[in-house]
Unconditional design. Structure first.
Length: 232
């Protein structure tokens, strides 16, 4: 045991473990995020409000039961660093860590206690192969642990490879994604309440396209959660 601790200390001198939020060195008892970043997460608490600003994104467009995001995202803040690390730096465990943290909060609210399945927004197989993982699936894994609700990739498929959405307007984002999803095993999920998850909610175009397909399932209910949003 002492040998392992000594080895960890030596390794940390040459290969320090860094907080994905602020970039400072992590202490021995810290994982992924330092205590300061954990204590100062810019949480929205939108899950406590049925009619929050995120619900308005989908108003008049698609029917959703609940919409919430864990954190506020803005350029240059720690959440931007976290999302970048999760999506592009291989820090997939951050998705399950924050997903589990959020899931434990969500399940305390009666409006989130009737969820049957958690559905991650899928990546196109080519993009997933290039990245090595789907960050939304890792968020779903964490949510599943925190809420004690199963997650599944067996209902929503991404059928078309699309360009990055980052610099597109809402209309162009919608044009880019409106026909990229398909549903399978619809009979299995008929009448179920599905919680669709992703990393960030901006214009809502990708999420809306996914929801439209899921709403073709008979009797289905849809709620939405993401790790972050720019809306407040």
């Amino acid at each position: 045991m002492k040998t392992n601790k000594l080895l960890d200390n030596v390794l940390s001198m040459y290969y320090p473990r860094l907080c994905v939020g602020c970039g400072n060195a992590l202490q021995q008892n810290e994982e992924l995020l330092c205590l300061h970043c954990l204590l100062h997460l810019p949480e929205t608490n939108y899950f406590r409000e049925h009619d929050n600003p995120l619900k308005l994104i989908f108003a008049g467009r698609v029917k959703v039961e609940e919409v919430s995001s864990l954190l506020f995202y803005k350029k240059g803040n720690s959440v931007q660093n976290m999302l970048h690390a999760l999506k592009y730096k291989g820090k997939k465990e951050l998705g399950s860590f924050l997903g589990s943290y959020y899931g434990e909060k969500l399940i305390q609210e009666p409006r989130y206690q009737q969820i049957d399945y958690i559905i991650p927004i899928p990546l196109h197989p080519k993009k997933q192969q290039k990245r090595g993982y789907n960050q939304s699936e890792w968020i779903a894994i964490g949510l599943s642990q925190g809420m004690n609700v199963p997650y599944t990739n067996e209902v929503l498929l991404r059928t078309t490879f699309t360009e990055t959405q980052t610099k597109k307007s809402r209309f162009n984002r919608w044009e880019n994604v409106k026909e990229v999803f398909a549903v399978q095993n619809a009979d299995v999920f008929a009448g179920k309440h599905l919680l669709v998850c992703d990393d960030v909610l901006t214009t809502g175009a990708t999420m809306e396209a996914a929801i439209q397909q899921l709403l073709t399932i008979e009797g289905v209910k849809i709620s939405v959660v993401t790790l972050a949003t720019a809306h407040n």
